[in-house]
Ligand binder design. Structure first.
Ligand code: ADQ
Length: 446
């Protein structure tokens, strides 16, 4: 099936870059070089450059500070923090090198949009090099709560880094509230009337921009898929789950919820099959190896207990699948089980809705803790992902829901994701960014 991008950020931005052009800059592990340099890749419709990382930088910066400190912290898992000497220095140094390597690419007319927790210090490094362009930041993960931020040794960095941006985009109102609270209680900040937070003489400018998908395009892709008859028996009722195998996605909890459904269901109902597609991710980090082991163990237990001839309760596929095939699977599935323990947004929930046949749609079961819940709670069956009973009840309701109710719920969800699609997201973010930057430049010139 080949390699398919399965990270939400890449999936969302690729299409925008293809349609609007620009320069995409990132980092890349490269063991073969002894020095850093930016190299051009053939990115097709847009240019790509990468700062090449040496193995020690990849370990300390990417696997270390970014994915063993910031990621767990931003997902409320301070118990998984793995703080090691030298990681913060590597994180700061990679961002500084990226700023230096990028500087010559930036022209006066450019707008700079920095994405995610790997690059929070980048704007402050660019400002040190004299870059005055509009620079925006978008955090794809949740923003941490005050009690979690206390687990960071150098909290003050967050203020220095974030205040270098003209706009800090967050997924949800929940995240904006968390940021305001952190600024207030940790940095003694105060809200200004235009939405900025003034902390110790510096300003942070947060706002929420819930990320969308290419809804119309994805709908058409799903519609065009041939029925997946050879792979899935006709008549087999299907629950689908699609997640990176990340502890924040709550896969073991999901499987326990499905197990509870199998225990609770009436014996006269034909049982559903859970098709879980889980793409490998960050496999060099210990916490990810653990969640994988746990999931394999639960799958074995549930299948061992509930399988019958011709019926396997959980089909667990540990790899990425091509996007058009995925669209077809979503459309074929009667129910989607999207149950992260916490999630910035969750694009799978939106893709599932886009892929449905509006005349006979499936049902979305959605975690209260997904950012997507702010937009989709009206049409979805909402669950507490920590409570297997809540998940089991929702599966039973979804499985017996009338077509009329399914259509009604789907319609309201489709309206929401079609209106607030990825083009709306980029457009509103970039417009706000340019407005804020113009205000800053005007203020500085007085
Ligand atoms: P993720 O957590 O990676 O990123 P998520 O919203 O779960 O993002 O989306 C994952 C994307 O990868 C979806 O487009 C999905 O279809 C695809 N995908 C997942 N598993 C796959 C598989 N096995 N095969 C093929 N494709 C697969 C972060 C945040 C999220 C936020 C996104 C976007 O953690 O909360 O929604 O960024 O901002």
């Amino acid at each position: 099936m080949g390699q398919t991008a399965s990270g939400g950020l890449v999936v969302a931005l690729q299409k925008t870059m293809e349609s609007q052009g620009g320069v995409w800059i990132g980092t890349k592990l490269d063991e073969s070089i002894s020095d850093h340099f930016l190299k051009e890749y053939d990115g097709g419709k847009f240019d790509r450059h990468a700062l090449h990382l040496q193995p020690s930088e990849y370990n300390d910066y990417y696997l270390g500070y970014a994915n063993s400190v910031l990621w767990p912290l931003f997902h409320g898992r301070t118990d998984l923090l793995d703080v090691a000497h030298g990681q913060l220095a590597a994180y700061a140094s990679v961002n500084q090198k990226l700023a230096e390597a990028t500087r010559h690419l930036i022209t006066d007319d450019d707008t700079i949009w920095i994405h995610d927790y790997h690059f929070i210090p980048l704007a402050s490094e660019l400002r040190k090099l004299g870059v005055q362009n509009p620079i925006g930041f978008f955090l794809h993960t949740p923003f941490p709560t005050t009690s979690d931020v206390h687990a960071l040794t150098h909290k003050r960095n967050l203020l220095d880094w974030l205040s270098a941006y003209d706009l800090v985009g967050l997924q949800t109102q929940r995240d904006v509230s968390a940021m305001i609270e952190v600024c207030r209680t940790v940095f003694g900040g105060q809200m200004l009337s235009d939405g900025r937070i003034r902390c110790q003489g510096r300003d942070i400018w947060p706002a929420s921009f819930p990320i969308g998908i290419e809804a119309e395009n994805f709908r058409r892709t799903a519609e065009a898929q041939k029925p997946l008859a050879p792979q899935i028996a006709s008549g087999q009722r299907l629950l689908i789950g699609v997640d990176r195998l990340d502890y924040s996605k709550g896969l073991p909890h999901k499987f326990r919820g499905f197990q509870r459904y199998l225990e609770d269901r009436a014996s006269s109902d034909s049982p559903l099959t859970l098709l879980q597609i889980a793409s490998p991710t960050r496999e060099d980090v210990e916490a990810y190896q653990e969640v994988r082991r746990e999931l394999e163990q639960i799958t074995g237990q549930v299948n061992g207990r509930f399988a019958e001839l011709g019926y396997i309760p959980i089909q667990y596929i540990h790899r990425s699948v091509p996007r058009d095939y995925l669209a077809g699977l979503y459309r074929r599935a009667d129910i989607a089980l999207v149950t992260p323990l916490i999630d910035g947004m969750n694009l799978v929930a939106k893709e599932y809705i886009a892929a449905q046949d509006p005349a006979d749609p499936g049902v979305l079961i959605l975690s209260e803790a997904a950012g997507a819940a702010e937009q989709l709670k009206v049409g979805a069956l909402m669950v507490n992902p920590f409570d297997p009973g809540s998940v089991s009840e929702a599966i039973q309701s979804a499985a017996s829901m009338s077509r009329e109710e399914r259509i009604e719920r789907h319609q309201s969800q489709w309206n929401e994701i079609a209106r607030h699609d990825v083009h709306w997201w980029t457009g509103t973010f970039l417009n706000s960014l340019k407005r804020n930057a113009a205000q800053r430049i005007e203020h500085d010139s007085i």
